[in-house]
Write a protein that binds this ligand. Structure first.
Ligand SMILES: Nc1ccn([C@@H]2O[C@H](COP(=O)(O)OP(=O)(O)OP(=O)(O)O)[C@@H](O)[C@H]2O)c(=O)n1
Ligand SMILES: C[C@](O)(CO)[C@H](O)COP(=O)(O)O
Length: 241
């Protein structure tokens, strides 16, 4: 029989929180404004992302949006222009993604125990099923991240040149990355390391990371061609008349 102390009920849904990090400057995109504000089929990238997380069925109680301090006005203007009614709180980002997540997390201090999703503001196409599955897995296992199997062959680099890696043993990590709130708060009290690339790398010394099936459409807008692909995916999702 399951030990009730270590196995959580699959039925009960704890409070859910989301931190959407959009505090970066988008260097690799090379645009005149940060990529989270670029137009994607008529709306800013970040608004698409916010909409996905505001879907009623997900039941997210509080959504924290992390933005560069000098872009608050831009976001307010975009919200007015697009008549955004979705409740959210804006928090200033930091010099690195880690610092931006930490700032977002500070805003959740004192909230009731629950599960928090950290998601890149520049992943505007995440299917609801992936968000839901990652929240559920974090509820059951404490820490869960979305990931996909690499489609290309992968090689590692060494002093002699390069060598083949077994891609069956590799995963490409996406967001959302969901955690027990108290666990993520504890992890973000530790010092920042240069090896951190995501939240799973911040948490993994404290707790094992459970992998959830991600989605190839869940792309991160990083370089200009990503916008073209995102536009094509969004068009395909729209109902035909
Ligand atoms: N100081 C930072 C850096 C990144 N991010 C966010 O983390 C996500 C993933 O980062 P990335 O794609 O690298 O965004 P940028 O840092 O903006 O891009 P680049 O590395 O090309 O400058 C993005 O939503 C970005 O806005 C953040 O909140 N704060
Ligand atoms: C968090 C992330 O999107 C997972 O794939 C990724 O690590 C962000 O990396 P970046 O260097 O900030 O693009």
């Amino acid at each position: 029989m399951n030990d009730p102390k270590t196995t959580r009920s699959q039925d009960s849904k704890p409070p859910r929180y989301a931190i959407l990090v959009a505090g970066g400057s988008g260097t690799r995109m090379g645009a005149s404004q940060p990529k989270q504000f670029l137009n994607l089929l008529g709306e800013p990238v970040l608004l698409h992302t916010l909409r996905r997380f505001s879907e009623h069925a997900l039941g997210i109680q509080q959504c924290v949006l992390v933005l560069p301090q000098d872009q608050f006005t831009t976001w307010h203007q975009l919200c007015a222009q697009h008549q955004v009614q979705i409740p959210h709180t804006i928090v200033a980002g930091g010099a690195t993604r880690w610092a931006s997540v930490r700032n977002g997390l500070a805003h959740l201090t004192g909230q009731p125990a629950g599960v928090v999703a950290v998601h890149d503001g520049v992943r505007p196409l995440t299917p609801r099923s992936v968000i839901e599955a990652t929240f559920q897995a974090a509820h059951n296992h404490g820490a869960a991240v979305a990931a996909v199997v690499p489609k290309d062959s992968v090689r590692g680099l060494n002093q002699q040149g390069s060598y083949a890696l077994n891609r069956a043993r590799l995963r490409l990590v996406q967001t959302p990355q969901c955690f027990d709130l108290e666990l993520l708060q504890r992890a973000y009290q530790l010092p920042e390391l240069t090896t951190f690339t995501d939240d799973a790398s911040v948490v993994e010394d404290l707790h094992p990371i459970y992998l959830v099936e991600g989605d190839y459409r869940n792309l991160k807008i990083t370089t200009p061609e990503d916008l073209l692909v995102a536009e094509a995916i969004l068009r395909a999702e729209q109902p035909t008349e």
